[in-house]
Unconditional design. Structure first.
Length: 349
């Protein structure tokens, strides 16, 4: 199927099926938005009350025991209210997005799957191997995965999984849950299993001060402080990796490429690869993008500005088509990347 034919079918889907559904959900959006704005007001007012209370305390040196107890109650109450408000804002936004997405995304992928080479659907039973993730040497060590939306299928007969998730590290022997862990990474992982095994290991990472350190851009401050030396030690895993410079200065300025096989890395980093790599970052509106190419697996890690395939925005009408078009752009850029590798993998490798 030609790209133009697919886009026409998706446009027809939007007009005939999705718009009626989204119009019905618009009342729910307005209701959820009111609740969201209430908690946003609480989150804004709470620190102001705390500051006013602190200012009053500093101006009155002799407040007595009752005054001090009152101050402490207001202080802890303000902090507690702000924490609750922020959590409620996050939960309301997340819940609403899932509420909208469950009806829309399934219909979207049903149409996209009419392309014989591309079959993707939402699934919640498949899990990524934590060892594969850690061996990518992109992140600090993780031993807990918290899954959100997951998709699985094939693109040009190549298995592909798309996972929105959080990676965490827990030093507890008994409680390896998210609540008892330090955040390592939050975003989206895309795993592509090729039918060819790569000779070396090539890593492409968004530019950072020390290229051999793991990406800590979405890691918690607590992880960076408590496990600083373990993170430094992680860099030793890359002692046999050398830096690869491409002929494209804009790419070298934005990304660090490390590899155990310089020859293979240079064959991989063609003009077409770099173009599609950059297109993926743009399409997914990623703050950062990292990539590991090892054994028969290509692993992408996106630090996303919004949830994966997000359509339900509380502050915008659901009938705004631009978010639907963004999701289509993400899927098409992924299809383009996989097709490129499928057709060009054996050239020079």
């Amino acid at each position: 199927m030609k790209k133009e034919d697919l886009l026409n079918k998706l446009s027809e889907l939007w007009e005939k099926e999705l718009l009626p559904i989204l119009r019905q959900k618009e009342a729910d959006r307005l209701k959820a938005r009111k609740i969201y704005l209430f908690w946003k007001f609480i989150a804004f007012v709470s620190p102001l009350i705390l500051l006013i209370n602190w200012f009053a305390l500093t101006k009155n040196k002799f407040i007595g025991d009752v005054g001090f107890i009152t101050f402490m109650i207001i202080m802890f109450g303000s902090c507690f209210a702000m924490a609750i408000a922020i959590k409620m804002m996050f939960d309301i936004s997340k819940k609403f997005d899932s509420y909208v997405k469950k009806d829309i995304i399934t219909k979207l992928f049903n149409v996209i799957s009419t392309v014989p080479e591309f079959k993707i659907e939402m699934k919640n039973n498949n899990r990524l191997d934590i060892n594969t993730i850690n061996q990518s040497n992109i992140f600090a060590e993780a031993n807990v995965i918290d899954y959100n939306d997951t998709f699985e299928g094939t693109a040009f007969k190549i298995p592909i999984t798309i996972k929105e998730l959080g990676l965490f590290y827990s030093d507890s022997k008994y409680d390896k849950s998210r609540d008892n862990s330090f955040s390592v990474f939050n975003g989206c992982l895309i795993s592509i299993d090729m039918n060819k095994k790569f000779k070396g290991h090539t890593i492409i990472k968004s530019k950072q001060l020390f290229s051999k350190l793991p990406d800590l851009s979405t890691a918690s401050i607590a992880l960076k402080l408590y496990y600083f030396f373990e993170i430094i030690n992680k860099a030793k895993n890359l002692k046999n990796y050398t830096k690869v410079l491409t002929e494209y200065s804009f790419f070298n300025n934005r990304y660090d490429t490390l590899s155990t096989d310089q020859i293979e890395a240079r064959y991989l980093l063609t003009t077409a690869f770099i173009e599609r790599f950059c297109n993926l970052k743009t399409a997914f509106h990623a703050k950062k993008i990292n990539c590991s190419i090892k054994d028969n697996n290509i692993l992408f890690a996106f630090s996303l500005k919004d949830d994966l395939f997000k359509i339900g925005y509380l502050n915008e009408p659901l009938t705004n088509k631009k978010h639907f078009n963004m999701v289509i752009e993400q899927v098409l850029s992924l299809m383009d990347f996989v097709e490129y590798f499928k057709l060009n993998l054996n050239i020079g490798l």
